[in-house]
Design a protein around this ligand. Sequence first.
Ligand code: PHE
Length: 366
Amino acid sequence: MTDITSQTEAALAAIAAADSLDALETQRLDTLGKKGWVSLALKTLGGMSPEERTAAAPAIQSARASIAEALETKKAALEAAALEQQLARERIDLTLPAQVAPKGSVHPVSQVMDELAEIFADLGFAVATGPEIEDDWHNFTALNMDETHPARAMHDTFYFPDKTGECREILLRTHTSPVQIRAMLDQGAPIRIIAPGRVYRSDSDATHTPMFHQVEGLVIDRDIHLGHLKWTLETFFKAFFEREDITLRLRPSYFPFTEPSVEVDVGYSTEGGRRVVGGRGDAPGHAWMELGGSGMVNARVLEFAGLDPAEWQGFAFGLGIDRIAMLKYGMNDLRAFFDGDPRWLAHYGFSPFDQPTLSAGVGARA
Ligand code: PHE
């Protein structure tokens, strides 16, 4: 018995002295391992008479228990020490500037959407969203385009077939205007929102892609008139293009969901083959360019969206984001926007650190 006691003491001392996980493992193998002396001693119990076993077992069992516990405690201590060391070694100061330039860049469309949100937030507009997979009611009917309305044909809609193979109900939204309906139904009045996002039309050439981006604007309140619309767009474009000489022309037009409807043109000139916004479109060397549609929200649309036209009115506009991005940052081919060519992105993209803010400037490229 004294044999086991002294062997145990020696083992416990060796375990306490182990200075690495490897050294500790050696101790475990020597004692509790398959060929360790504790395991071998336990095996001898099988060959003993019951009396001998009753006499011998407790000492061996307790040796095994104390050694197992010592091994476990020591292992935890060594692991904790190793972790401490690793943490000390791998310490990094997150407040230091990054040593490598970030890979990738922010697409001009994303950048312009951030700029839009920033400018309109300053005018009290919230950003609203709606689904790109829309239903016919939100995209057309509630916008005063019933099934037979000729304007529907002009939208070159992508429809999803239903169970019967008919393609009527579910579609890819053809404009951001359905977000008007959703915002009115969700929030009631008054409202001041913009809704930037993707829209889809079955159309493709140098200036049209099947997917493109629009930003919708909607203001609903009491006593809103066309003057508010013109001021809002002018104020936006001055901030966006960072110049005071922005001149807008509102041209009478027709949209089923606005009455009256106006198309918004901006004056520009061409310098060195590049279009530069500013000045009147009818001044020498200048022309007008269409940026989008707008108008006073049609009373029928207010009714569809659950608002009383006797109490509420408002204006709405829809602008092509890709087009104003091209104008501002000097790109000339819309299709390159969606090619995903890393060279194009490296040239026209923005640093993720280049967040547009009104104070730092949303106009100029950093
Ligand atoms: N939804 C129209 C389009 O896609 C633009 C528009 C929006 C016109 C809001 C008027 C008011 O052409």
